[in-house]
Design a binder for this molecule. Structure first.
Ligand SMILES: [Zn+2]
Ligand SMILES: [Zn+2]
Length: 132
């Protein structure tokens, strides 16, 4: 099957690439890179998100070029008696616990590369009354 062949070639390329990388960057520098690896932050409360701690969000696909992601917050700031300040990364205004911020991604580029548009106050066109 053609598809399986493609996957095989892809894996082969990946292996070759990894070997080249290992030669180019000796152990010391890879170690350094690991240390500098930026940690994920909650876009609302800026709390560091450890491995496995995810941000609550819901995604809506609009056509095949846009995914809207509504970010509710992380495990630290959506909880009932949260004391963390939630601010919109765009307009820096407070975001109430029941409100979300909107981010978009282009699935043709990368589903994980979100660009944050803003909250209900600074990006009202991204919200409907159902989002309350
Ligand atoms: Zn948070
Ligand atoms: Zn905002």
């Amino acid at each position: 099957m053609l598809a399986i062949e493609h996957i095989f070639i892809f894996i082969l390329c990946l292996v070759v690439f990894t070997i080249i990388l290992t030669f180019l960057f000796p152990k010391s520098s890879t170690h350094k890179l690991e240390k500098q690896k930026p940690r994920a932050h909650c876009p609302l409360c800026n709390h560091i998100l450890e491995k496995g701690k995810k941000v609550h969000s819901s995604q809506t696909e609009i056509g095949d070029t846009l995914i809207e992601t509504r970010i509710k917050g992380c495990v630290y700031c959506v909880v009932e008696n949260n004391k963390l300040k939630r601010t919109c990364p765009i307009c820096k205004k407070d975001v109430p616990k029941e409100q979300m911020i909107l981010a978009t991604a282009n699935p043709k580029m990368s589903r994980l590369q979100l660009s944050i548009k803003g909250c209900r106050l600074c990006y009202p066109q991204g919200f409907t009354d159902d989002d309350r």
